[in-house]
Design a protein around this ligand. Structure first.
Ligand SMILES: [Mn+2]
Length: 298
């Protein structure tokens, strides 16, 4: 059967695909990638799960197809930005990075990028682990929660196979335990407020990140917070359309949209100065927590 023509979009952003982990939803991710023809593609960290190389590496032919598709996109003109995450932190090694880039000339690898939308709004794009104090100060704890999380995913998978229909999200069950762990990690790390402060210091109007496996778009008075989600649980990606609208595509939930003002005007400059109080930021983060289904740091 012939596939429908891919939709041309300005930017496509995805994170936490965790290729190499048995929980990665590689087939669904490849189908999603094939739906779009982006001018720019951002892999917002944890695209490859390096933590699994020594403890259960699952690299299927679909993973090869994904890499081949990315190279083919690059050859047809898509600029590919690879943001390093904690599971693919090997990319933060300059020697490794230089070796990779020699064979992939249209791939650029950095810890963060600034994405400028068609109307000139600026978003800091980063994975997020560098703003997660649990990840940075107690990696043993981060690895411990990853083990619990993986066990939940295994239980979900078994339950789904046994009891659920194929079109339901296999990770929809067992969510209470996962949510508790995720909320606790977010509370302890103050993740969103730190990352938004960093974006503000870089003269950005918002942030686009991943890491906590919680797709979201939160519009506050001061800044925009977008999380691209993941391809382990939620199967989500963020799209910037040519008309400037941001669209969070969610496989198992209703999509979310953010229509940015048509021009980045002087308003944005003043709200940067006026809105940098802690109180407003907490409100923005609280709004984010209220609309999220989960929030695991992985
Ligand atoms: Mn991560």
């Amino acid at each position: 059967m012939q596939r429908p023509a891919p939709t041309p979009v300005r930017t496509l952003l995805v994170s936490d695909v965790h290729l190499g982990s048995k929980h990665s939803r590689a087939e669904e991710f490849l189908a999603f990638l094939r739906e779009f023809q982006p001018d720019s593609l951002y892999l917002v960290g944890d695209f490859i799960d390096g933590w699994k190389i020594n403890t259960g590496w699952h690299w299927s032919s679909v993973c090869d197809d994904i890499v081949a598709h990315l190279i083919s996109l690059a050859q047809r003109g898509t600029k590919i930005h690879y943001v390093s995450g904690n599971h693919d932190a090997f990319l933060r090694n300059p020697a490794f990075r230089a070796g990779c880039l020699a064979t992939l000339p249209r791939f650029e690898v950095e810890d963060e990028f600034v994405l400028e939308t068609v109307a000139g709004w600026k978003f800091l794009v980063t994975h997020g682990d560098l703003f997660d104090c649990v990840e940075n100060n107690a990696q043993w704890l981060s690895k411990g929660t990853t083990t619990i999380y993986d066990a939940c995913l295994c239980l979900n998978r078994w339950y789904h196979k046994t009891w659920q229909h194929r079109d339901r999200n296999p990770h929809g069950v067992c969510s209470v335990l996962k949510d508790r762990v995720k909320r606790w990690i977010r509370f302890v790390s103050g993740f969103e407020s730190k990352i938004l402060n960093h974006a503000r210091q870089n003269d950005c109007d918002g942030v686009i990140c991943g890491h906590i496996h919680t797709p979201d778009i939160v519009k506050g008075n001061a800044m925009w917070y977008c999380n691209t989600g993941d391809w382990v649980e939620n199967c989500t990606g963020l799209v910037e359309r040519h008309d400037g609208q941001l669209h969070l595509v969610r496989r198992y939930d209703e999509d979310l949209f953010l229509r940015l003002p048509a021009q980045r005007g002087p308003m944005s400059r003043t709200f940067h100065e006026e809105a940098s109080t802690d109180t407003e930021e907490r409100e923005l983060v609280a709004a984010g927590a209220g609309t999220s289904s989960s929030g695991y740091a992985a």
